[in-house]
Design a protein around this ligand. Structure first.
Ligand code: XIL
Length: 342
């Protein structure tokens, strides 16, 4: 069946299969890439264009151009659109970071959610309302939102989003929130929103995992724990990084950027590693299938290895291979394993 079908067809009765899209894909500048997207995926998340720094660059100026194009693209092609993200400490516009006055900050917060969420009300399936609010130990991150508004900013964000976009599902999203301490903090955060009588529909586990180190046990425990809270569970930013741990720090990346010989797979990647990655992906999807009654969507953070953010994070100069499609947009071993499971 692989000849005609894509992942979205293979997993149609289980969960949606999504991908994060960036500017070239939204603007349909590469026909082969867009054909691949439409064959493989039935859900999309904007990789950058709905983040505050892009959509709300100045106090009283919004730029909806690319986001509107994504809405049109997803409507035309029947793709379920998840907005990403309303409240996040990162990729904030410069003006927001400079607001001193508490009332002004609160006004920014309210205006931002009201304007952006109502703009897409009825046009979007869901929002990652709050992103990455937790520290690894489960306490709240000391973000500008916490500093200016206190811990209730999270409930407030969900309340405002529900009002501005009443028929849109509302999610909390984070990375490492499958790890026990951070999971406990995440559960506490969700319970607080629920206890305030404010709607929260789901929780996203980002899923930026590492070759040979996918935390299967913690992922399963988390799927069960979040489901217990009455929430939909999603894997929202899946990729499996292949670079060794010691190639991941900002300092190493910095050195790699100036000395390309330090970039281990710049000339290509051994097949043994791609096979190991395929096994990791296969085991992950076996776990997702086991809990398909609790998982509504699995979204990859990008489409092909060439445009993955992991080539350029935290600084450019890495050559990474985290996704299911290679730089020629051809399916990798991992893709065939996932199709083979069905
Ligand atoms: C990343 C994008 O992929 C990059 O293009 C951008 O430069 C930085 O942000 N967690 C998230 C995503 O919630 O929004 C991040 O996306 C990756 C980590």
């Amino acid at each position: 069946a692989e000849a005609e079908q894509g992942l979205k067809d293979a997993y149609r009765s289980d969960f949606l299969i999504g991908a994060a899209l960036n500017k070239p894909q939204i603007e349909e500048t590469d026909a082969k890439s867009n054909a691949l997207i439409l064959r493989q995926f039935n859900a999309v998340t904007p990789e950058n264009c709905m983040k505050a720094e892009n959509i709300h660059p100045e106090w009283d100026r919004y730029d909806f151009e690319l986001a509107d194009k994504l809405v049109a693209y997803s409507q035309k092609n029947n793709l379920q659109l998840n907005g990403h993200t309303l409240i996040w400490h990162s990729q904030l516009p410069a003006f927001a970071n400079q607001i001193q006055n508490l009332d002004s900050f609160k006004t920014f917060f309210e205006n931002h959610i009201n304007t952006v969420a109502s703009r897409f009300s009825g046009k979007i399936f869901s929002w990652d309302v709050v992103n990455e609010a937790l520290n690894e130990d489960g306490t709240l991150r000391n973000s500008i939102f916490l500093q200016k508004m206190g811990p209730d900013y999270i409930t407030e964000a969900f309340r405002l989003a529900a009002k501005a976009s009443p028929n849109t599902e509302l999610y909390y999203n984070d990375y490492n929130n499958e790890q026990p301490q951070k999971r406990a903090g995440c559960i506490e955060l969700i319970k607080k929103v629920q206890a305030a009588g404010v709607r929260i529909d789901g929780v996203g586990i980002q899923g930026h995992w590492h070759l040979g180190k996918v935390p299967f046990k913690e992922i399963e425990e988390s799927i069960l724990a979040y489901h217990e809270l009455g929430l939909k569970v999603m894997i929202t930013e899946l990729d499996i990084e292949v670079l060794p741990r010691n190639f991941q720090g900002a300092d190493v990346a910095q050195r790699m950027a100036s000395d390309p010989s330090l970039n281990p797979y710049a000339q290509g990647i051994p097949d043994s590693i791609l096979q190991q990655q395929a096994t990791d992906y296969e085991n992950l999807f076996k776990l997702f299938l086991k809990h398909k009654d609790k998982i509504t969507r699995v979204t990859f953070w990008g489409v092909d290895d060439g445009q993955s953010w992991l080539n350029g994070w935290p600084v450019p100069g890495r050559t990474n291979y985290p996704l299911l499609f290679d730089r020629q947009l051809e399916p990798k071993a991992a893709y065939h394993k996932l199709m083979g499971l069905k």
